[in-house]
Structures are given as structure tokens and as C-alpha cells.
Ligand binder design. Structure first.
Ligand code: C2E
Ligand code: MG
Ligand code: MG
Length: 607
């Protein structure tokens, strides 16, 4: 905004009146104006929301609404721009009402001249400046220029009110500079004051730069409560870890030494975190609990952060630790692939394997993907991890071929985020080229959520994958949105019925009905269908009767390391041949052969 030009908004539903007012403005000397005119109440509200004017002038008559209503609404919406109301002649009561509602001035329309108009605007602006000064003194800290306790509490209350409706989660961070008194005593108060200003500047930098915060708009703020205490409000956080990340960045930022005059000062802070609504649902409780968490951080040796609730500390730290370890896992080759056979029960043979990732953690041992894949999906590590999985699976197929194993497709799980990655197709083609395997040996397992993104990009990518000769199957079918639409729309080869439906298929009639429906739908759409998590012969029998002949589950084999898969598939005597035919022959011959069943169970345990 140009400082010398005053931006005025005129709201008047009568164009002739606008022209008269515009002419009056042109007569005013010594002040430059930029006059914008809007004719309707609704349009006015929209423009006022942009908050780009120095003064508003509302006519009293605005179609079905009145200028007084517009005045009231604007002020209720938090408008602090001076407003002048234009009224009819001699309407004294209305004049009083206008001032009581918060108008800076009122002008009788028929009496206005350029002088009156100019004076009214000038006074309105001067009054606003005085108000601003008072506001500044009441709500801001004079040392750092940050909001003070009053403004922080005010904003926190507003955010809580909003969150009651929207069910948002918010975090309050309470920070205290460690050993500030000693700094003050050693270097003097001027240095102490400068330090507090610098701390404020670094806080500002962290809050502005923070990813966790930048996607939010409403109500993030930080304040100096007094002394060496600061508070941060993070509104509408997605998850509690966001608060932790901010606390961590603050610690990192403060730990860089401060250059104050001739001194280099090392400073740390202790931070307490309280979460709305878990740790309190009003302003005072949240501040009190964040404060007590801060004391706890001090007791823990300072220079750290603590949540108000102990349990949260443990969980948050566990996740943070896992994130850090996972980053190293890739570099240190701690990831491995296991493979689980998929069996065709009609022909009694292995028709493929699914690659399932494992993490050989240096201290914790073998970690399940159910634990670390969700973490990797959140922090973006899923992309490099997923790429590693594709490359490793392709290389393994190559190695199996070289060792004489006949062609057998490998299914690889693809996270939704990974599929949306820009260079996803490139990664697939590179892995195929590099390993030299046929694209027919690779199947991608995607989930319903990937398809539900439903963008053109996803749909194009699915086609590109298929064009390469790589097949697609839908994993965990039935747990997502299960819109049958996409099965027709996209080039899908197979669906995998989720384990959760198979589990009680013999005892829960609902599950049985769902599984039956999925099988018959897949059959009529000519899709292959694989049942996951088959653990018992009763489940297998049910599936066979209903027309599902491809299965995967502990009944046949747990996921195995690559060399054991080789034995399972190639070594006819101790391998799958015996197990599969034992189980399958039982299917055909009925459940009478107790001896056979016992022996097959023993063999399953042996693997
Ligand atoms: P999923 O793709 O549905 O894989 C099947 C899961 O069921 C595997 O768990 C497998 O070990 C387990 N399972 C197989 N047969 C049985 C059975 O008879 N009974 C029971 N109770 N479970 C059985 P796992 O290996 O722990 O993997 C869990 C999930 O982690 C996978 O579910 C998949 O969603 C994900 N995952 C695994 N590897 C990868 C990967 O490389 N990339 C991605 N993005 N996700 C992966
Ligand atoms: Mg899978
Ligand atoms: Mg699955």
C-alpha cells in the first residue's frame, strides 16, 4: 500500500450517490485517495475480509440490509479499520447507535461537503493510530515486540472455541531459558535483554519456517510471558509428533551460540508441551500443564522437552527413535525381503511369491513392517525404501532364475505415496532393465486407497504399468472403500481378499457372505482372486468350494528368506511338493484321514 494514498472503500447501493461522493473526494486538497466502490452488502463483506483499506464508508441504505448491520458484522468479525456511517437527515437515534456499535463517525448525507468529509476521515485515522498505540502497549511486550500474555491467552481462548466445533488438536509449548539468571548476573542486564530479543527472533524464524506449522493458517503464535518465559501455540496440528518436531527445532536453533557484543553465549531451553484437548480444555489448564511439563524438563537435566503426560513422552520418543533408526537402516543394509508362497490348490503348486519387507534392527531384532511402514509413510522414507524393495525383488528373481528355478512372478507391495511419486514408472523400468528379468515376473500390489486418489495421473500411471507388461493386483481387498466401479475402470489383474475376512470365515456368517460375494464378483469380472491369511484346512475348504483356488497363508508357509524359498519350490522331497500335496489331497479326500493331517501339520511347523 502506498503510504501517501489513503485507500477508501465506499459501500453504497446507489450509483448516483457514489458519483456525488467521488466528486467530493476530488475536491479535497492535501490528501490523496484511492476510492473503491461496492454496491452490495455481500460484496462489501468480501472486500472487508481482505483488510486492504484505511477507512470504510457505509451508506445506511443497502438494499434489504442496512449499513448498521454491516458495521456490526464487520466489527464482530474482528475488523479494526475505522468506519464512517452515512445517515439520513436528523436521525439522531441512529447516529447514537452507530457510535455505540463502533463507528468512528457518522455524516448526514445531505450535509456532506469536501471539508466535512476530509475532517471526518482525518480524525478517524488519527483516532485509530492512538488506539493502535494503546493496543500495542496493552498486548505486546515492549522488549521483544512479541505478543504478551494477555494476547496469547486471548488467542488461545479463540482457538479453543473454534476447536470445540472443528475437533482440532492444538499444542501449547512453554519454554524457559535455562540458567538465564546466571547470564544476567554474569554479563549484566543489557546483555540479558539482548539475549531475550535474539531468542525471540530465533523463535520467530523456527515457527515461520516449520513445515509442521506452515500448512496451517489459523492462530499459530508465540509470545513472551515475562522474564525468560516464552509460549508457542500450534493450532490444528495433524498429530502430536508435529509439536515435538517444533520443540526439537527450537532446541536446535537456540543451541547455536549467541554473539552478544563481545561475548559468545551458549544457551539452552527447557520446553513443556500440553496438548488440547488431552491435557486440558481451557486456556488456564493448558498453560498450567505446559508449565509443569516444562519444570519436569528442567528436572530431567534441562535442555530438553517433555509432554505433560508421561505416556505420550514414551510413545513420541519411540516414534522419533524409530524414524532416526530407519534412516540409518537403509544406509546400513538392515532391510531384507522375505517371500511368502502363493499356492494354486487345484494344481497343487506354487504359482508365485509375495515379497514382504523385514527390518533386521541391530538391537530389537527382526521388526515387522506393520510397525515401521506406517512411520516411513509419514516421514517420506517410504519412497527410498519402496525403491529398494522393487530393485531387490527384481535382482532376486534374476538370482533364482540363474540358480535354475523356473519363472515365478513376485508380488511387490506399493504404498500409495510411492505410486504417486513422479519417477515411479522410471524406477520400475530401471529395475527391470537392470536385472534383465521379464516384466511378466513382476506384479505390483496396490491398495484401494491408491485407486481412490482417482486422479488422471493415477489412472495414466496404472495404464503405463500395464503397458510395460507388469500386472496389478489390489491388496487387502474389502478393507478400503470397495467401490466396484474401479475394478472395471482400471486395468486390474487380481484381487487379494484381506486376511481379516478369512480369519473367521467358518464361524462368522457375515464374513462368509462377504468372502463369497467377493469371489463371485471377481470370477464374473474375470479377475484372479487370491485369499490371504489362510491358516486352517477348514478355511481352505470353504474357499475351494466357493471357487477361490489361489491362496496364501501360514497353512502352506510363513514368509521365508530367499534361499529357503528356493528349497521350498525346488526341492521336491522336503519342499512344497509334499506339503502342498498332503494338504490338497486331504481336501479332495475329505477330512477322515487323521494320520495324514497330523503329519502335514508337523511338516508345516518344520519350515
Ligand atoms: P500384506 O501385503 O497384506 O501382506 C500380508 C501379511 O499377512 C504379511 O504380514 C504376512 O506375513 C501376513 N500373513 C500371511 N499369511 C498369514 C496367515 O496365515 N496368518 C496371519 N495371521 N498372517 C499372515 P507382514 O509381512 O507383517 O506385512 C504386513 C504388511 O506390511 C503387508 O500386508 C503390507 O501391507 C506391508 N508391507 C510388507 N512389505 C512391504 C513393502 O515392501 N512395501 C510396502 N509398502 N508395504 C509392505
Ligand atoms: Mg501385500
Ligand atoms: Mg494384504
Amino acid at each position: 500500500m502506498n503510504e501517501n494514498v489513503l485507500r477508501i472503500l465506499l459501500v453504497d447501493d446507489d450509483e448516483d450517490d457514489y458519483i456525488i461522493t467521488r466528486d467530493l473526494f476530488s475536491e479535497i486538497k492535501g490528501m490523496k485517495f484511492d476510492l473503491q466502490w461496492v454496491a452490495s452488502y455481500d460484496e462489501a463483506l468480501e472486500v472487508i475480509g481482505q483488510n486492504i483499506h484505511d477507512v470504510y464508508i457505509f451508506d445506511y441504505l443497502l438494499g434489504a440490509k442496512t449499513g448498521l448491520e454491516l458495521l456490526r458484522t464487520s466489527i464482530n468479525n474482528g475488523c479494526r479499520t475505522p468506519i464512517i456511517l452515512l445517515t439520513g437527515q436528523g436521525d439522531h437515534e441512529l447516529d447514537i447507535k452507530a457510535i455505540q456499535t463502533g463507528a468512528s463517525d457518522y455524516l448526514v448525507k445531505s450535509e456532506i461537503n469536501a471539508d466535512l468529509l476530509e475532517r471526518s476521515i482525518r480524525y478517524a485515522i488519527e483516532r485509530k493510530r492512538t488506539e493502535d498505540d494503546i493496543y500495542q502497549m496493552a498486548y505486546y511486550d515492549s522488549l521483544t515486540g512479541l505478543p504478551n500474555r494477555l494476547l496469547f491467552q486471548d488467542r488461545l481462548r479463540q482457538v479453543i472455541k473454534h476447536s470445540e466445533r472443528e475437533r482440532n488438536t492444538n499444542a501449547v509449548l512453554f519454554l524457559d531459558v535455562d540458567n538465564f539468571k546466571r547470564i544476567n548476573d554474569t554479563f549484566g542486564h543489557t546483555v540479558g535483554d539482548n539475549l531475550l530479543r535474539e531468542v525471540a527472533a530465533r523463535l520467530e524464524h523456527v515457527i515461520r519456517k516449520s513445515d509442521a506449522v506452515s500448512r496451517q493458517h489459523l492462530g499459530n503464535m508465540f509470545a513472551r510471558l515475562g522474564g525468560d518465559e516464552f509460549t508457542v501455540l500450534l493450532s490444528d496440528i495433524q498429530e502430536i509428533e508435529d509439536a515435538l518436531k517444533v520443540a526439537e527445532r527450537i532446541n536446535t536453533s537456540i543451541s547455536i551460540p549467541f554473539a552478544l557484543g563481545n561475548h559468545e553465549v551458549f544457551v539452552t531451553v527447557s520446553t513443556g508441551i500440553a496438548i488440547y484437548p488431552a491435557d486440558g480444555n481451557d486456556c488456564d489448564t493448558l498453560l498450567k500443564n505446559a508449565d509443569s511439563a516444562m519444570y519436569h524438563a528442567k528436572e530431567q537435566g534441562k535442555n530438553n522437552y517433555q509432554f505433560y503426560m508421561q505416556s505420550m513422552n514414551a510413545r513420541a520418543f519411540e516414534i522419533l527413535e524409530m524414524e532416526n533408526d530407519l534412516r540409518k537402516a537403509l544406509e546400513n543394509n538392515e532391510l531384507l525381503l522375505y517371500y511368502q508362497p502363493q499356492i494354486d490348490i487345484i494344481h497343487g503348486k506354487v504359482i508365485g511369491v509375495e515379497a514382504l519387507i523385514r527390518w533386521q534392527h541391530p538391537e530389537k531384532g527382526l521388526v515387522s513392517p506393520a510397525e515401521f511402514i506406517p512411520v516411513a509413510e509419514k516421514n517420506g522414507l517410504i519412497n527410498p525404501i519402496g525403491e529398494w524393495v522393487i530393485r531387490t525383488a527384481c535382482a532376486q528373481i534374476r538370482a533364482w532364475h540363474a540358480a535354475g528355478m523356473s519363472a515365478m512372478p513376485v508380488s511387490v507391495n506399493i504404498a500409495s505415496q510411492q505410486f504417486q511419486q513422479q519417477d515411479f514408472i522410471q524406477i520400475i523400468t530401471d529395475s527391470l532393465d537392470y536385472s534383465g528379468i521379464s516384466s511378466a515376473d513382476l506384479i505390483l500390489e496396490i491398495t484401494e486407497s491408491t485407486l481412490m486418489e482417482n486422479t488422471e495421473a493415477v489412472s495414466n500411471k496404472l495404464q503405463e504399468v500395464t503397458d510395460l507388461g507388469v500386472k496389478l493386483s489390489i491388496d487387502d481387498f474389502g478393507t478400503g472403500y470397495s467401490s466396484l466401479n474401479y475394478l472395471k475402470r482400471f486395468p486390474i489383474h487380481a484381487i487379494k481378499i484381506d486376511y481379516s475376512f478369512i480369519k473367521e470365515v467358518n464361524t462368522d456368517p457375515d464374513d462368509a457372505a462377504i468372502v463369497e460375494a467377493i469371489i463371485s464378483m471377481a470370477n464374473s469380472l474375470k479377475l484372479e482372486i487370491v485369499a490371504e491369511g489362510v491358516e486352517t484346512e477348514e478355511q481352505l475348504e470353504f474357499l475351494r468350494i466357493k471357487g477361490c483356488s489361489l491362496v496364501q497363508g501360514f497353512l502352506f508357509s510363513r514368509p521365508l528368506p530367499a534361499d529357503e524359498i528356493y528349497d521350498y519350490c525346488c526341492n521336491e522331497e522336503n519342499g512344497s511338493g509334499t506339503i502342498i500335496s498332503a494338504i490338497c489331497s486331504e481336501l479332495k479326500s475329505g477330512p477322515e484321514s487323521v494320520e495324514l493331517r497330523e503329519s502335514s501339520e508337523r511338516e508345516i511347523h518344520n519350515i
